[in-house]
Design a protein around this ligand. Structure first.
Ligand SMILES: Cc1ncc(COP(=O)(O)O)c(C=O)c1O
Ligand SMILES: [Zn+2]
Length: 428
């Protein structure tokens, strides 16, 4: 048995590193009422925090990644992993101009003492490439271990950042990609997707509830495409590499002797917050973080299914028990939002929070809670962060700060505390 495995919180299905990780929990189709999501799980016992200084996070933190454990359990060497990552990274840099490096942090006094992790210079301009590089490494490891050469097309649903990241990685690994996207996606994104050779398929809203792009993506997967998206229920392996942000953030906090009291994270589909919670949990278990900071998930008020789910769980006499129950009965607290209102934080406007369970679990355990923010708060945060820090972040990327401002407006004091934020993507 290896130290790393994927496990489903709803049914307990477990996949060790000696077998390929399924994209979906096998029980999902048989039992759609439960919230089947395979999530990476690392044993603290027997795992040592990596102390290397390689600039590439997929090399520095490799021993924490399930894809690395999978390669090792299949007989591949550590050198093979490093060659794989380095080779892919060179091709990514040739396609996009930048490869994967540990991203910088900035300190300010914006909403109390604040530390920002800046993903705007990451591959394809956002943190999404972290999730998808992890997913690509799983595909490449399967190929290396002598699985069938995988010629299948990749499929993704996204309105922007994730699609761009997927298109860069598909191009770098010479794979074909189908992108299911709303006709409202911006020209800059669409032109870049086409330049990168992705096939773009527009999906319009009809009478059915839920996201039409997500439905088309699911259909493509059912017809044989590889899910290459950033939703854990459909592409479990995207939750592997997303944790690199949290691991390196934890190292940067330790190096600067910073103890963070709260972390604000903008939530659309929920994979980012899931990886942040899991990655911080691991950093805590391995002695790098003193404790899990209070987690505050931030959503735009006009579309806030995670806040709605939180209210259902938090109002129970025993929220942790209510959450365990909700994992078996997903529709009690998570279903598509009815009226989709536009927001300047457009990348967090998701009909459903696909990865909601681990985020609510993280908020319960850390004594945090979610914040729904107004468009005014989002605008104020965007203006202040981009002028104060001189970072060209999008309004989605600065939405965490809108969460802190909103809590202050409602009377919360952050006196004496240190807050953490993730500037997740560039303004296009
Ligand atoms: C810049 C940016 N930040 C945050 C998010 C939210 O991530 P998630 O959908 O995993 O919650 C997104 C998602 O599209 C994004 O593009
Ligand atoms: Zn399951």
């Amino acid at each position: 048995m290896s130290a790393s495995r994927f496990r489903c919180a709803a049914c307990g299905a477990t996949f060790e590193a000696d077998v390929a990780t399924p994209y979906r929990c096998p029980q999902a189709a048989l039992d759609p009422e439960a919230d089947h999501v395979l999530t990476p799980t690392l044993d603290a016992e027997g795992t040592v925090w990596p102390n290397g200084d390689d600039p590439n996070p997929f090399i520095r933190y490799r021993t924490l990644l399930h894809a690395w454990h999978r390669l090792r359990a299949g007989g591949g060497s550590d050198d093979t992993w490093c060659e794989l990552v380095t080779g892919l990274d060179e091709r990514v840099a040739a396609v996009d101009g930048v490869g994967f490096v540990v991203t910088p942090t900035h300190m300010t006094d914006l909403a109390g003492r604040s530390v920002f992790k800046d993903e705007t210079g990451n591959v394809a301009g956002s943190h999404k490439a972290r999730h998808l590089m992890g997913a690509l490494l799983h595909l490449e490891v399967t190929r290396l271990l002598g699985g069938e050469p995988d010629e299948r097309r990749l499929a993704i649903t996204s309105c922007g950042n994730a699609a761009l990241a997927a298109a860069v990685l598909a191009r770098a690994s010479e794979r074909e990609l189908d992108v299911y996207v709303t006709p409202k996606a911006g020209h800059i994104v669409l032109n870049r997707l086409r330049d990168l050779g992705a096939a773009v398929h527009f999906q319009r809203r009809g009478d059915e509830s839920g996201d039409p792009c997500y439905r088309a993506f699911r259909q493509a997967v059912e017809q044989g495409a590889v899910p290459f998206s950033v939703q854990g229920p459909d592409c479990s392996v995207a939750l592997d590499g997303g944790r690199t942000i949290a691991w390196e953030f934890a190292d940067q906090l330790r190096a600067n002797d910073l103890r963070v009291d709260r972390v604000f994270v903008q939530v659309g589909g929920g994979a980012l917050a899931t990886c942040l919670v899991r990655g911080f949990d691991e950093a805590h278990a391995l002695g790098v973080l003193e404790s899990l900071p209070r987690v505050h998930a931030v959503q735009a008020r006009g579309v806030s299914p995670l806040v709605r789910a939180w209210e259902a769980i938090d109002s129970a006499s025993d929220p942790a028990a209510a959450l365990r129950d909700a994992a078996r009965h997903r529709s009690q607290c998570m279903w598509p939002w009815d009226e989709i209102e536009p927001s300047i934080a457009s990348a967090i406007v998701d009909d459903e929070t696909y990865d909601w369970h681990a985020v609510i679990d993280g908020m319960i355990r850390s004594k945090g809670d979610p914040v729904a923010v107004s468009e005014g708060a989002l605008r104020r945060a965007h203006e202040l962060v981009t002028t104060t820090l001189d970072v060209n972040a999008s309004a989605t990327a600065t939405a965490g700060v809108a969460g802190a401002f909103t809590m202050q407006d409602h009377g919360t004091s952050f006196d004496g505390e240190t807050l953490a934020f993730l500037l997740t993507g560039v303004n296009r």
